[in-house]
Structure formats: structure tokens, C-alpha cells
Design a protein around this ligand. Structure first.
Ligand code: TXE
Length: 512
């Protein structure tokens, strides 16, 4: 089978055709943004940003209130359209796409002013000579957001909100596989009455994304593959455009022997198979204490076999929907084949369901796996749950950290202290205890990773800080009209130097 999403040229304009991955029917199409149109959009965004910034938090807040109201009125229709284009069940589109956006709007619109308010910097003894320092935060300008297809509404929209509450204009390029969902974001912003040109969506594939990176924006926020992240960073280096990169993961789940096994098994099944496993923070590998491995595995297989897999996305009777396209499906098949060829056992699933027409792969549980296999080392990004045993907690930590990715992880135990001590040893941006992946839905908490999972953060105060330029303002009230470190250098400078060295040695002079 060949990927169906492709550029179709008509006489006037190149188009992106959007396909429903559940039944391969056409959902719609959009015009690809040309270079000339992009240049004009950037020019207008830079102009519009000035007025948007000048409104201040107070002036911007009503637009976000209208946006939240629009989403609360239209969430069902929006979720339905997301599931049609992306293949995820409707309920997942409400829970993991539309609702968290509403929560992000409410949270950031209300708190951003406080989170980004001027902050005094204590400067110890310098204050006694009439000085003070504080931080102030300015929007960076125009932010470019390049987003993937797996959470085509939530990922870009949450970043749009953070950028725009801070006073930036935004140009969004959604994935070429989910352009209509990008259009839904534009629709919501227009309905909420945001000023013209402070937010724009551009359409196209990687070539359009590459144009955006070169377009002279103030910052690029990218979510997608490692390979593309590296290209974006290299291209952005040309103009020293700062980037935030969220590049996926190979998340480990560590199950200790005192864990609530049924809870851990249900958690593993949800976190591995939601969105058909196409989540950067999916559980991609499980390490379980050898003494409970067979009991845990049996529970996981049992819960997996009860999942309803299918394309009835809108009637609440499907747990696991379609994958995005043929290319993604082929990656999953190749990882499973590689694992099986090296000795892995497929306990359930392991193939495409014959009865379904779209891009489906059965929820799959494997054991007898190890780190020679791609399924334990490369991002599978599909509905696979490989389970491996460990004998000591040191071994569990070593296995969890044996990865080029470090996005999120989880540790499962009834002993929170013990789980926490393991969590502190795992290299990841987030380590959850007794849950997995869902913290993307908590706006107060930061999201992002290290190693090949990228760098920088979105969400939380740290994520908001990515959207601003921190400016340090320093005030001298003029109490000392001639500073002892100024010219001319001479005996008085020398006495000053000796005095501060003596005071620091004997009295801890500069320490408050
Ligand atoms: O991502 P790409 P793809 C992983 C997952 C998946 C793999 C490939 O493992 O199998 O990435 O997915 C735009 N300059 N994740 O190919 O290509 C592109 O148009 C600027 C993890 O779909 O990285 C799209 O909008 N932009 C992940 C976006 O980048 C460019 C989510 C992502 O596309 C560009 C998705 C360029 N040179 C996939 N080339 C996560 N972190 O959650 C492409 N784009």
C-alpha cells in the first residue's frame, strides 16, 4: 500500500489532500502557502505584533476568554473533525486534544500576567549604595510553530496560547498530514475575534516548514522527529534564531515488585496504546521486577485483549483507532519483525487486522525482548508494548537510562519514597510515579526532555519563559556619585580592593 497523502497539483495552486486514516476517504484539501504569501504573512505578523504587545495582559485577556467560550460551545464538532483527520477515537480527541486546550487557555490567560510580572533581584550589599535590580519580560516578537500530526490540535494550540498571552504574534505550520485541524485552530481564533495577522496558519510539507525557519522570525518551537529537529537547528543557526525542540521519546516504565499490579497493568495498556501508540510520551518499553513479571504480563495481555480496535471513531465503541499513515505502520511492522527475528515472542496482536480498511495495527504485547532489538531502542511510535524483566533496582535504572532519548518515564510502586529515589536516578524531563504521559494536560507542569528528545520546555512558568526575552533593569539612585571602581585607578582603588577582599575573608562581606 502506498501513502495516500500527497501533493496534488491543479492548474493554479498546489494542494494538500487530507485523508481519513480510518477508511482512506478524502476529508478535504487546502492550498499550499507559497513563498510570496509567506513573506507577506511574516511582514504583517511583525506589524500586528506591535499592537498586540501594546494591549498588555489586561487588553489581551478578553480575546482568550472569548476563545475559551468558543471551544466550550463547539468542542464536540472540533473533536469529531480531529478524529476524522487523525484516526483517533472521538473520546480521545475530546480528552487529549480539545479539553486540555481549554484548560491551557483558562490557566495561562489568568496567570500569565503574574508569572511574567517584574521580579525583584536581591543584590545583597549593593542595595546599600543605592542600587536595585529587577527582571522584566518582553515578548520575543513573532514565534513560528511547526507541529506534528499526532496531537494536531493540542500540541500547536497550547504553544499558540503560551506565545500569544505573552504578547507574541504566531505563525503556525501544521503537519501536512493534518492540515484541516490546523485550519480548525485558525477558525477558533477568528471566531474569538483575535486581531488580524497576529495569528496565521500556513500550509505545506517540510519545504514550507523550512521556509518558515528561514523567514526571520524571533523563535521556532518545533515538535517532530529527531532528524527534522536537527535540520531545523542547523537552518536556524544561520540566523541565530533560537529554537525549542521536542523530538519524541522511548519512554521506560519501571514496575517495582510492590506495585499495585492491576493498576500498573491498566496504566501500561493505556499509556502504550492510546492514540495507537503515536504519542511522544507513550510507554515504549516496560521493565518489571522478575519476581512479578509473569503475573504482570498476564494482566497486561488480559487488558489488551479487551481493547476494542476499529474505525467506529465517533460512537464511543472504539478504544484504539487508526494509525496516521502507511509509513508509520511500516515502521511498527519492521520493529516487530526485527524483535521476532531476534527471539521476541508476540503474546497478542502483531499484525494488521484483516477486517479494517484503513491504517490499523493490532495492539501488540511482546516479551523475551532485549536491547539488541529496535523495539527497545528506537522510537516505534505505534501500538506496541514490549515487557522485559529486571533483577535489581540498579539494573532497572541502568536499562531505563540506556537510551538516546530522555523525554518522560514512570516508576510504579506503593512505596512512594522508594519510587521517588528511583525516579531521581532516571534521566528524563518528567518522571511520573504511578501514572504516565498525562502531565502534558497539566498546564502548571513543564514538558520537554534531554538527549535526542531535544531541549527547551513548553507549558508551566518555564515554558512561558521560552516565549519572552528576559530583560534585566538595573537602577543606581546616585547615592555614590563617584564609584570606587571607576577611573582614575590609584591608591583609593587599591584600598577599596584590599577592603573588599578583607571583608569577604573575615566577615563574608558580600553574602547577605
Ligand atoms: O515528522 P517530521 P514525521 C517521530 C515519530 C515518527 C517520526 C517521523 O517517531 O515516526 O517522528 O514523523 C515539518 N524544516 N515523531 O515525519 O518530518 C513537517 O512538515 C521545517 C515524534 O511526521 O519531523 C511537520 O509539520 N519543518 C513526534 C513537522 O515538521 C519541517 C511527533 C514534523 O514532521 C522540515 C511526530 C524541515 N526541513 C513524529 N521537514 C513527537 N515529538 O511527538 C519536516 N518539517
Amino acid at each position: 500500500m502506498k501513502a495516500i497523502k500527497l501533493r496534488e497539483a491543479d492548474a493554479m495552486k498546489e494542494k494538500l489532500v487530507s485523508i481519513n486514516p480510518g477508511n482512506l476517504s478524502k476529508v478535504g484539501e487546502v492550498d499550499i502557502t507559497t513563498k510570496e504569501e509567506l513573506a507577506e504573512i511574516v511582514r504583517r505578523a511583525k506589524q500586528a505584533q506591535l499592537g498586540w504587545e501594546a494591549l498588555g495582559f489586561h487588553g489581551r485577556r478578553p480575546f482568550f476568554n472569548s476563545l475559551a467560550a468558543y471551544l466550550l460551545d463547539n468542542w464536540q464538532e472540533i473533536a469529531k473533525s480531529i478524529s476524522l483527520e487523525n484516526g483517533k477515537p472521538y473520546l480521545e480527541a475530546t480528552l487529549a486534544e480539545v479539553y486540555p486546550v481549554i484548560d491551557d487557555i483558562k490557566y495561562f490567560a489568568k496567570r500569565a500576567q503574574r508569572l511574567l510580572s517584574d521580579a525583584k533581584i536581591p543584590i545583597r550589599l549593593f542595595k546599600f549604595i543605592g542600587k536595585k535590580s529587577y527582571m522584566t519580560y518582553r515578548p520575543v516578537g513573532v514565534v513560528g510553530i511547526i507541529s506534528p500530526w499526532n496531537y494536531p490540535y493540542l500540541i500547536p494550540f497550547s504553544e499558540v496560547i503560551m506565545a500569544m498571552v505573552a504578547g507574541n504574534a504566531v505563525i503556525l505550520k501544521p503537519s501536512e498530514l493534518t492540515p484541516l485541524t490546523g485550519g480548525k485552530i485558525q477558525e477558533a481564533m477568528d471566531a474569538a475575534g483575535f486581531p488580524r495577522d497576529v495569528f496565521s496558519v500556513i500550509y505545506g510539507d517540510g519545504r514550507t516548514g523550512a521556509e518558515l525557519v528561514k523567514a526571520g522570525l524571533s523563535k521556532i518551537i518545533f515538535t517532530g522527529s529527531v532528524a527534522t529537529g536537527k535540520k531545523i537547528m542547523a537552518a536556524a543557526a544561520e540566523s541565530l534564531t533560537p529554537v525549542v525542540l521536542e523530538l519524541g521519546g522511548k519512554d521506560p516504565m519501571v514496575v517495582l515488585k510492590d506495585a499495585d499490579l492491576d493498576m500498573a497493568a491498566r496504566g501500561a495498556v493505556w499509556a502504550a496504546f492510546m492514540n495507537s501508540g503515536q504519542t511522544c510520551a507513550s510507554v515504549e518499553r516496560v521493565y518489571v521486577d522478575e519476581s512479578i513479571r509473569s503475573e504482570f504480563t498476564e494482566l497486561v495481555v488480559g487488558h489488551t485483549m479487551k481493547l476494542r480496535h476499529g474505525d467506529r471513531l465517533d460512537d464511543h465503541s472504539t478504544d484504539v483507532g487508526a494509525m496516521i499513515d502507511e509509513r508509520q505502520l511500516a515502521i511498527v511492522e519492521s520493529h516487530v519483525a526485527d524483535a521476532v527475528s531476534k527471539g521476541a515472542k508476540v503474546l497478542t496482536g502483531g499484525k494488521r487486522p484483516e477486517a479494517l480498511k484503513g491504517y490499523f495495527y493490532q495492539p501488540t504485547v511482546l516479551d523475551t525482548v532485549d536491547h539488541r532489538m529496535k523495539i527497545m531502542t528506537e522510537e516505534t511510535f505505534g501500538p506496541c508494548l514490549p515487557i522485559m524483566g529486571f533483577r535489581t533496582e540498579e539494573e532497572a535504572v541502568r536499562l531505563a537510562n540506556d537510551s538516546r532519548y530522555a523525554l518522560t518515564a514512570s516508576v510504579w510502586s506503593k512505596d512512594i519514597g522508594r519510587a521517588t529515589s528511583i525516579a531521581r536516578q532516571i534521566v528524563a524531563g518528567t518522571v511520573a510515579i504511578n501514572d504516565h504521559a498525562m502531565t502534558y494536560g497539566i498546564p502548571e507542569t513543564p514538558w520537554g526532555g534531554s538527549k535526542e528528545s531535544g531541549f527547551g520546555r513548553t507549558h508551566s512558568t518555564i515554558g512561558l519563559m521560552e516565549m519572552v526575552e528576559p530583560v534585566h533593569i538595573h537602577v543606581d539612585r546616585g547615592w555614590l556619585r563617584r564609584k570606587p571602581w571607576w577611573y582614575p585607578y590609584g591608591d583609593s582603588t587599591s584600598r577599596f580592593v584590599r577592603a573588599i577582599i578583607w571583608l569577604t575573608r573575615h566577615l563574608g562581606f558580600l553574602i547577605d
